[in-house]
Unconditional design. Structure first.
Length: 97
């Protein structure tokens, strides 16, 4: 499945099954926190509510149902939640219309 839907804090965006989640979110204007981009720091941690990802090995701690957006590639439609506001107002206005 190359095209899929990524839902981030309730906002739906188009995604793919080839690129890391962090890269895909940045392309559509969503700016999750990150520091390393290789699974070392854990700053890009989010909760995987539904769906499946292929997550590379990482050094950062992840709890149950948590993923690192920098090293996780969606395998299906996914729904993720960040514990902080990640969606710019302009994107939210367009996506909720």
């Amino acid at each position: 499945m190359s095209q899929l839907t990524i839902t981030v804090n309730g906002i739906k965006v188009h995604g793919n099954s080839r690129e890391p989640l962090l890269v895909q979110l940045e392309k559509v204007g969503i700016q999750p926190e990150y520091q390393c981009r290789n699974g070392m720091c854990g700053a890009c941690r989010c909760k995987l509510q539904t769906g499946a990802v292929d997550q590379q090995d990482s050094m950062a701690f992840v709890g149950q149902n948590e993923i690192l957006s920098c090293c996780s590639v969606p395998k299906s439609n996914i729904n993720v939640e960040f514990d902080y506001h990640v969606v710019p107002e302009t994107l939210a206005e367009v996506s909720n219309s």
